[in-house]
Design a protein around this ligand. Structure first.
Ligand SMILES: [Fe+2]
Ligand SMILES: [Fe+2]
Length: 204
């Protein structure tokens, strides 16, 4: 089952749609926390602050959208309030672990420098994904004439990708080659996540 078809099914079923929004909110919140956790104790610039603030806003914004579907659904992030909770949690953790292992070896980094490199490359891969996923979701929302919209998120995610590329260029001249490898790892984990979601959607 392809992503657009999965999304049509999700949008069509209010309880699933609430959980989907909550799952995206959970991911955004995890991404925001990851950015803050990778901050250097002193060398934190305005781009990093902006990025963390906007990812936190996305988590909040998606949570708020749920009220357009079902009044008080999914108030927290417990397992029953998420779609494919295990794959959802696995996705970010595994990407982070795999990327750290890879970057440690390639760039011979440790400590705060490794954390910063992980922030750059993991966030880059996530931004590449966001720039594909949110427009597909928005198109499905528009076609279903849903009151839910993610247009404001799409705009900010496009800015994030540009900012990550600018930061990666400062980090290494050969960043693209390594970023491609991290994106490859992300693709595998994303496929597993979508498979978990498809399974739960078809079950309903
Ligand atoms: Fe985001
Ligand atoms: Fe982002």
């Amino acid at each position: 089952m392809h992503l657009p078809d999965i999304l049509v099914r999700i949008i069509d079923e209010p309880s699933l749609h609430s959980k989907w929004l909550n799952t995206l909110s959970f991911m955004e919140n995890a991404g925001a926390k990851k950015i803050s956790a990778c901050e250097h104790p002193e060398f934190v610039d305005i781009i990093v602050l902006k990025h963390a603030a906007e990812e936190h806003r996305h988590a909040y914004y998606l949570k708020k959208q749920i009220s357009k579907i079902e009044g008080y659904a999914c108030p927290t992030y417990t397992l029953v309030e998420l779609i494919a909770p295990n794959q959802t949690r696995h996705y970010l953790n595994s990407l982070d672990i795999a990327a750290c292992r890879y970057l440690k070896e390639v760039f011979q980094l440790t400590g705060a420098e490794l954390k910063y490199a992980a922030y750059l490359f993991v966030t880059y891969a996530i931004e590449v994904r966001a720039d594909v996923l949110y427009p597909i979701y928005q198109q499905a929302l528009s076609e279903a004439q849903s009151r839910v919209t993610v247009k404001s998120i799409i705009l900010e995610e496009e800015g994030h990708l540009e900012e990550m590329i600018a930061q990666l260029e400062r980090f290494s001249e050969i960043w693209q080659k390594h970023a491609d490898n991290i994106v490859y790892m992300e693709q595998k984990l994303f496929n597993e996540w979508i498979a978990g979601i498809a399974q739960e959607v078809l079950k309903d």
